[in-house]
Ligand binder design. Sequence first.
Ligand code: PRX
Length: 707
Amino acid sequence: MAAEPEEQENQLSEAQIAVHWREEETYPPPDSLIGQANAADPAIIERFGEDHFPDCFTEYADLLTWDTPWDTVLDTSRPPFWKWFVGGRLNASYNCVDRHLATSRNKAAFIWVPEPEDQATQTITYQELYRKVNEFAALLQDYCGLATGDRITFHLPMVPELPVAMLACARLGVIHSEVFGGFSGTACGDRIADSGSRILITMDSYYRGGTLVDHKVKADEAIEAARKLGQEVDKVLVWRRTPGQYASKSPMVEGRDVFVDEILGDYRGKSVPPVSMPAEAPLFLMYSSGTTGRPKGCEHSTGGYLSYVAGTSKYHLDIHPEDTYWCAADIGWITGHSYIVYGPLLLGTTSVLYEGVPVYPDAGRCWRIAERLGVNIFHTAPTTIRMLRKVGPEEPRKYDYQFKVMTTVGEPIEPEVWRWYYQEVGKGRAAIVDTWWLTETGGFLGTTLPALQPMKPGSCGPGALGIHPVIYDEDRNTVEAGSGRAGNICIRNPWPGVLQTIWGQPERFVDVYYRKYCADPDSKDWHDWPFLCGDGAVQAADGYYRILGRIDDVINVAGHRLGTKEIESAALTVEEIAEAAAVPAVDEIRGRVPELYVALKPGLRAGPDIEQKVTAAIEREIGKIARPARVWIVPDMPKTRSGKIMRRVIAGISNFTDVGDISTLANPEIVDEIRHFVQGDKLAKGEVPRELSPQEAEEIRNFGKTE
Ligand code: PRX
């Protein structure tokens, strides 16, 4: 089918628009870091240069203990299903726990900080972790009948039981799939069904923002949702946040639900030998959003993934075994899997887990934790940094801690926010590593080496060690560094952390990440298979990349990816709604928030009751994280002549930016009508966004372009 004229116009725009923003000054690595860092010798950059691909990554694999050494570093025989360290065998739980016992038995593996400040911090040594993981693995094997290759779903909050469960699965070769605790029961049920899990692990409750949240209720919804999709769950294991005290309104279902603390005693002192897994065996699934409603179960491998997170944790986060490292993300996202659990434990360090909200009960909470525990590496997202800055810009000064490295991850950081992070949180003495990557990539793609490479506010840096990015325009021409032109950032080479496939959807895997820039689908040469990251980017003359945001119809809310289709299908479950379109609106704290435009079925009248129903449906289907900032009931959507909703036009309206050329729309007159209604209402309520940066305006202009 021939493309509509507006589609053709769109395809040209992104690569051709020159983006003129100010180049930021760079900051040198702090003196204190130079010399002590794991990557202190610039020769490492050369060692990971293109000439040394793929063997350079054996340096990462050598950080692990292998039961059987690999015979092939990279098998490219079935592109793009790359296999790393083929022939090698290892166990993830052994590597994270057992092998540290000889030297570090009594060292803290995790320090868990409950949200209520009057509750005691829990320290779990490597020895204690070993016991807990073994006992829980025995329970999974015996009580649940789980075996190598089975899948299991967790819907757990930020409690130590979560990493224990992950490592217990890894010990058995059972594939874990953790669903972020803030997701709704329905969203969890979709993922249970997609992964084919028979067992769900949950918790009765947890603290968030000072409230004890009832969480078990979601398990009942999840099981119902999974059943509708044809997946039965046999057992629900329920941890109690306080053993012996059940804090949920949801009744325990006889024969299905069981309190873990009541049966765990049967496995006291049991040990389970770690199953030696092939390097390419799946370790876990992590679901992510994409263009269609069905979530993508990103499958990560055992040997390649673990090598990659160990290596990047060592060199880019500069984790040493004697550090106290705190990543304030949630384990329910990939950041937590890679850089709270697997990376830090592989290196034998101490990883801090915090249950709750960073600003609870006040703006000093994070800095008190850092001071008390002696945290020296701090890892968080721009959303948290913006929030901390807003509620307590001078708060860090009051506390006696000193970070050596600080990370920012998940969304672009505004240079002004970066500078506050550097000056106030880092006290001008810590290196910032801005780490750009995706759920799919297992670990960092673009970032700096903190003691070797300067930092530039708002830019992530060059490619991570061994990662060779390129920016292509729509015609597969390379966009030159320093040209100021934006394009689609891709990674030219395979790397050990890349997802192996989308669980149960191998064609979608090839389509989404490789189809667009594959020169020859029959080629066995990896050079012909660049990986499409899905972000727009520009590269400065110095080689540093600035990430502009997603080029697909994904909204990055507080560093979390939400597919517009997921939000829209949730809205469409409301009987009155005929059409729905979700777009990003720039938000001072959360980066982006979704705004939802809906059109009603004929003959119905708009009213606040419908708006509320839509919001409730989104919370029920996805979770509070996806709650739209505004629901706009409009008479019609701006559409192409083929009937496609032009999301970039309504995104422009929501953000008070130029909506671009609308002359080719089927109904151009609707644009002004919607603009009057939406912008009039926002002006009346004083909700006008600040002027967008060129980078933000570019993102809005291109929103939904690849649909
Ligand atoms: O748009 C990029 C943005 O987050 C997307 C990936 O989201 P997710 O899979 O949820 O993984 C988040 C944690 C790795 C990317 O496509 N993103 C991630 N990190 C950065 C970023 N944008 C700018 N700068 C970053 N450091």
